[in-house]
Design a protein around this ligand. Structure first.
Ligand SMILES: [Zn+2]
Length: 369
């Protein structure tokens, strides 16, 4: 079992440390007050960590790892049935095949990739790298290096810090809101490998070749199985089916990524708040949803706050500590932000210009520090 460090592991805690530079300057008494407040803040995160650590220690392997492994395994085990259903001449069975294949692909590439990115699928470093390459490159058609860097070193380490982890990479300001929110997501399966290809110029030849090989292996093996198991006769129809299955959950994928951070507090890189304030003000949970909980994992849906505070917890453990974390934050008068999916969608549709086109304003949590 991995322990839960107060500030997360390398990259996840760096830059988001509890040693922000917001301490007030001035008279000696003000300094003393500042130090007292700082001690309070330190103890908040430490106290919450202790509560969470206690739950983790009392949890079985099945709760800490097994449940998430089982969900991932079920996605892989459903693939043979999906390929057979996709070969059916019945429209209904074919549609069921698309649903099964699309859902399995989403579980593997959203939930699996996210857990692998955090190194949560194995204790050893070598295996963690293996799973990152398998899930991100073979299954997700992206580069493991860029995926881990942008998620761990930027998104987690600098959550909602302007210019670093402010989710601005998700903005495409020239697209009209309806196109961005409802049509553009369908191109994600095509754009993902193309963006990865564009990144290879900065990689060593060996590294670039490995990525090309792994991404090609993932794409070609699905294509080969569609032709040889499902019986697709033309390359175009097999490719179209791949696109359909891979794009099935693209829309919520884009939505989830923008709903949980954009529009919330954003901070200046030079005046960043304490970690507990950064995460409670800058992260939002969506409510529980059986489909999204399975495909994305609790860390990305209804326990995103818990995940940002404790990025070493698996999806199921985030769910288990959620009542403790939410109660603690509310008791301490800290925000615990939750909002319904459709409510966020409505907000982003109506305030698209403000949220997704114009630069976000900086929030400085002076006073609540
Ligand atoms: Zn994460």
């Amino acid at each position: 079992m991995k322990s839960i460090p107060d500030e997360g592991r390398e990259g996840e805690g760096k830059g988001a440390s509890d040693t922000g530079d917001m301490a007030p300057s001035g008279s000696r008494s003000t300094e003393a007050e500042g130090m007292e407040k700082e001690e309070d803040r330190e103890s908040l995160m430490m106290e919450l960590t202790r509560l969470v650590q206690k739950v983790v220690k009392q949890s079985s392997w099945w709760e800490r790892k097994g449940i998430d492994y089982a969900i991932l395994a079920s996605a892989f085990l459903s693939l043979p049935a999906a390929f057979l259903l996709l070969g059916s001449s019945s429209g209904l069975l074919f549609a069921l095949g698309v649903l099964v294949m699309g859902t399995a692909h989403a579980i593997i590439t959203f939930k699996g990739t996210h857990l692998a990115t955090h190194g949560l699928l194995n204790e050893s470093q070598a295996w963690a790298e293996f799973w990152a390459v398998f899930f991100i490159e073979v299954c997700g058609a992206f580069t493991a290096r860029a995926g881990v860097h942008s998620h761990i070193k930027l998104h987690h380490a600098h959550t909602n810090i302007l210019g670093l982890g402010d989710s601005s990479t998700w903005r495409i300001p020239f697209l009209p809101r309806a196109v961005y929110l409802f049509l553009a997501p369908l191109t994600v399966p095509i754009l993902t490998p193309l963006v990865a290809l564009g990144m290879l110029k900065d990689y060593s030849l060996v590294h670039a070749m490995r990525t090309v090989l792994m991404v090609s292996l993932g794409l070609y093996s699905q294509y080969w199985l569609l032709v040889n198991i499902s019986g697709f006769e033309s390359p175009a129809s097999a490719l179209l089916c791949m696109l359909l299955c891979r794009a099935l959950y693209s829309m919520p994928y884009i939505h989830v990524n923008i709903f949980q951070h954009i529009g919330l507090a954003m901070f200046s890189p030079t005046r960043r708040p304490k970690r507990i304030h950064q995460m409670t003000h800058g992260v939002l949970n969506l409510p529980r949803n059986p489909v999204l909980d399975w495909t994305f994992g609790h860390s990305l849906i209804n326990c995103h706050v818990e995940h940002h505070l404790f990025p070493f917890l698996s999806d199921h453990m985030c769910l288990k500590v959620k009542p403790i974390v939410s109660r603690y934050l509310r008791e301490k008068k800290l925000p615990y932000q939750e909002e319904a999916y459709l409510s966020r969608l409505r907000l982003f549709f109506h305030k698209y210009q403000e949220l997704m086109v114009l630069a976000p304003s900086i929030t400085e949590l002076v006073g609540v520090q």
